[in-house]
Ligand binder design. Structure first.
Ligand code: NAD
Length: 468
């Protein structure tokens, strides 16, 4: 089936298309239209036209529209979940595509209920000063392939809630669920408020430098984030960049190996490790290193990987060939540098799918690529340490700064250590959980700005200070 873009509330087809493939089977899921420069210009123009009225709508109207968007998505939840599984690969159940659609609905309702109040900075006989929040204009959104629907909603909903209009470009690997969601929400939004264009990476570059776009929100890799920032510089676009992570988890000597294993496992392997804030390097104290390794291996053996459409699957394949090859290469490199594979380690790739088994690599240290770089796949390096005092500074040497966690039977001690981690989100005895009422974002190379909650909503506004 050939999909259409949505520009100004109308379907827009293309002369050229690209096949979108199912990572479990290699089969064609649908055909993505390839936008031209003219399509992008038309989408930006439609969004600018819609902004003139949408930005002046009453706040209650915009809030109600966001609730209505959530209701349209919810009414098509199963259809969207199956589309996500088909194009992204993740399984339907557990922390898979049904969970992703449920999260999209929940986040959309929560964002609809956020309020940006006028702040009174001064109210004295000398005068009154108010701080107002104004929408920015046309927001350009670029999303990755790991959580295609959820991340698209994280960009679209706060932008629209705050009075902006949107042109979104999903990843060329997973564009279909975003197209379908934009089609559905256009049933309850005025034309042009949310537009979707699809194509290759070049289209993202064109958006980042487009003179008609006032803000870019980008979720993806650090390297592409840098390109977006550079391309946005001449027009001084506002930016939110949610980039890659290499989250550390630190297991302290007093942790209960058996109790922490399931939380560590799912913190690392949610979505097959293809999650920005997954646990990507595990530091375990020497005194319980072998026990933790053994517990993780035992737990992993109970988890079933398979075709995403199989109701019994708990993990799916890697999403694309490039990522599959990268994960294979990082494991091979780690083995060449002394890494010991405890489980997995050999690509499966059966049935035309990009299946890579859950893999643990022990006895690796910093200086090995699997530890230093973001693997973004179902592989966890387990690093041995003995100096508890020095572990935080060792972990903080990595240039990423998205998330981190500390695991211990003494949660007060773990909390004190977690607060010293250089990262945007820190967890105690858990990893990766996020909520719509709590800001989320990276520091250091992991990004700029935050999403979620009132702080996230503010990123879709500029300040106007009013002296009354
Ligand atoms: P990617 O950077 O390769 O692609 C992301 C998007 O950018 C795609 O839509 C792509 O078409 C587009 N793009 C590519 N080149 C571009 C350019 N020059 N200008 C503008 N756009 C361009 O990332 P990916 O492989 O799709 O996603 C995986 C990465 O995303 C990982 O590093 C992961 O950690 C990160 N991520 C971060 C978060 C977060 O919230 N911090 C969330 C999810 C994923």
């Amino acid at each position: 089936m050939s999909y259409s873009m949505i520009i100004g509330g109308q379907k827009r087809t293309a002369n050229d298309f690209r096949d979108v493939l199912n990572p479990s089977t290699g089969g064609v899921v649908g055909r993505m239209p390839l936008a031209t420069r003219q399509d992008l210009d038309d989408a930006v123009e439609a969004a600018a036209r819609a902004f003139a009225t949408w930005s002046r709508e009453a706040d209650a109207v915009r809030s109600a529209a966001c609730h209505a968007m959530a209701a349209r998505i919810e009414a098509h939840a199963e259809e969207l979940a199956r589309l996500i599984t088909a194009e992204q690969g993740k399984q339907l159940n557990g922390l898979g595509s049904r969970f992703e659609v449920g999260g999209t609905v929940a986040w959309t309702h929560a964002t609809a209920d956020l309020q940006l109040e006028v702040e009174v900075l001064q109210d004295t006989p000398e005068g009154r000063i108010e701080l107002h929040r104004r929408p920015i204009g046309v927001v350009g959104s670029i999303t990755p392939w790991n959580w295609p629907l959820l991340i698209a909603s994280w960009h679209i909903v706060p932008a629209v809630r705050a009075g902006n209009t949107v042109v979104i470009k999903p990843s060329p690997y997973t564009p279909l669920s975003t197209i379908r969601m934009v089609e559905l929400i256009n049933e309850v939004l005025p034309p042009g408020v949310v537009n979707v264009v699809t194509g290759s990476d070049d289209l993202g570059a064109m958006m980042s430098s487009h003179t008609g776009i006032q803000k870019m929100v980008f979720t993806g890799s650090i390297n592409t984030g840098r390109k977006v920032m550079a391309a946005a510089a001449p027009t001084l676009k506002r930016l939110t960049l949610e980039l890659g992570g290499n989250d550390a988890g630190i297991v302290l000597p007093d942790a209960d190996s058996k109790a922490v294993a399931p939380g560590i496992f799912w913190g690392a392997f949610i979505n097959g490790g293809q999650t920005c804030a997954a646990l990507k390097r595990l530091y375990v104290h020497d005194s319980l290193y072998d026990q933790v390794c053994a517990e993780l291996v035992e737990f992993a053996k109970t988890v079933r990987m398979g075709d995403g459409m199989d109701e019994k699957s708990e993990l799916g394949p890697i999403q694309n060939e490039m990522q599959f090859n990268r994960v294979s290469e990082l494991v091979e490199d780690a083995c060449r540098h002394g890494g010991r594979v405890l489980l997995g380690g050999k690509p499966r790739g059966e049935g035309g799918g990009y299946f890579y088994p859950v893999t643990f690599v022990a006895d690796v240290q910093e200086g090995v690529r699997l530890v230093d770089e973001e693997q973004f796949g179902p592989v966890l390096p387990i690093i041995r340490y003995s100096d508890v005092e020095g572990i935080i500074s060792r972990v903080n040497e990595n240039p990423h700064g998205l998330g981190g966690s500390v695991w211990s039977s003494d949660s007060g001690r773990a909390l004190r250590m977690a607060q010293q981690l250089q990262c945007g989100t820190a967890w105690v005895n858990k990893h990766g959980g996020i909520q719509p009422n709590a800001p989320f974002g990276g520091i250091k190379l992991s990004g700029l700005g935050v999403e979620f909650g009132v702080d996230g909503l503010k990123e879709y506004t500029t300040i106007q200070t009013v002296y009354c």
